[in-house]
Design a binder for this molecule. Structure first.
Ligand code: TXA
Ligand code: MG
Length: 345
């Protein structure tokens, strides 16, 4: 049975947090909101509990999980040899959507790290997540709370769709503010490397620690075994077939309108847009808002799940500039489309 607790996103009710923390402490699974997406959490020091996360999600066992902590000092329980660059980033970006890959302490079970000697750590910027970790008294290992491969959940309803009856508890704390997963930065490589882009951009990180590189798999489809095992799997994908259109804004909008016009009436189509195409009827499109603007909440996962709910068979999606926050958005859209990309002049 899955219990669902409502929690005020700013000021969570102690009773709900206490019950959920009890579940974590007894080796159960709790889905909880963070500022990025919902996480599916277990006691990070309980390998049995962590194994249940993989089972519930259908997640490949070699895809490591992020460990969530509630205060900066907790990092000592998770990582060793924390470099000065990490400390500078932590001072500026924690709590927040930046995950750091560091050398793991031997006490962290290999189940969490996918048998790597490194561990990913982050301190989420969400009162419910922080309260849950504190009350549990342990760091919480949590991937995004979606069935493996599906779009990440940004609201409790999404978690309910994927996991009702399959996990112990869901804390409903409303919509996630950012709507896309954290930036993952590897600090164990010679040059710090972004393994997954997010709300914190390469420029943001460069401003603090200087040289940073972006792993090639962030933007291109690479065949070689990826550094971050999560990168090699199809991700964030809707059930519908999806085509992503990239190129000049005008060219892309024109091409989408043309394709929609040719088949929009006969097929169940959905159109994901950053800019409106007035000719496409309201009920066929979702406008996800200005791309690349860091103050905007990223609605792409919401939109992909909504198209599935409507039974859409084909999604036509407008790409955006892969700059700033747009890098993260394009990284997710390309994977969601299974690299089914049409380049337009
Ligand atoms: O915003 C987020 O990061 C959300 C919320 C719940 O915190 N979590 C999340 O977890 O997105 P997940 O499991 O969906 O993605 C974790 C990513 C994967 O790409 C994984 O491969 C990578 O982090 N990762 C985890 N540990 C790693 C490690 N030791 N080395 C390299 N990559 C690692
Ligand atoms: Mg995920």
């Amino acid at each position: 049975m899955t219990r669902v607790f409502k929690a005020h996103p700013e000021n969570p009710e102690l009773d709900a947090i206490r019950k959920a923390a009890g579940i974590i402490k007894s080796g159960g699974l709790v889905a909880f909101p963070t500022e990025t997406v919902y996480g599916l959490g277990a006691d990070a020091f309980d390998p049995e509990a962590v194994r249940k996360i993989f089972e519930a999600k259908g997640r490949p066992l070699d895809n490591p999980i992020i460990v969530h902590i509630a205060d900066k000092a907790m990092i000592e329980q998770i990582a060793v040899d924390v470099p000065p660059a990490a400390q500078r980033l932590i001072d500026i970006f924690w709590p927040g959507p930046l995950t750091l890959v560091l050398k793991k302490r031997k006490e962290v079970p290999y189940e969490v790290t996918g048998w790597l000697d490194t561990v990913a750590v982050r301190m989420p910027d969400h009162p419910v997540a922080l309260a849950l970790i504190k009350k549990s008294g342990v760091p919480i290992a949590a991937p995004s709370a979606n069935i493996s491969g599906r779009p990440s959940p940004t609201r409790a309803e999404h978690v309910i769709d994927d996991f009702m009856g399959k996990i112990d508890c869901i804390i409903d704390g409303g919509a996630s503010r950012i709507g896309i997963e954290s930036t993952v930065l590897d600090l164990t490589s010679e040059v710090p490397t972004i393994l997954r882009p997010g709300f914190i951009t390469p420029e943001d990180i460069r401003d603090v620690i200087g040289n940073v590189c972006i792993h090639p798999a962030v933007i291109e489809q690479v065949e070689t075994i990826a550094k971050s095992p999560g990168m090699k799997y199809r991700h964030y994908a809707p059930e519908a077939e999806m085509i992503l259109f990239e190129g000049t804004r005008e060219g892309v909008l024109e091409e989408i309108e043309k394709r929609f016009g040719a088949a929009g009436a006969t097929r169940k189509m959905g159109v994901l847009l950053f800019d409106d195409i007035p000719e496409i009827p309201q009920e066929k499109k979702i406008i996800v808002g200005a791309s690349g603007r860091t103050e905007t909440y990223c609605r792409i996962y919401d939109a992909l799940r909504e198209f599935d709910r409507r039974g859409v068979g084909l999604i036509l999606a407008q790409g955006c500039e892969p700059e700033g926050f747009g890098l993260a958005i394009m990284n997710r859209l390309r994977r969601a489309a299974g690299y089914n990309i049409v380049k337009v002049k």
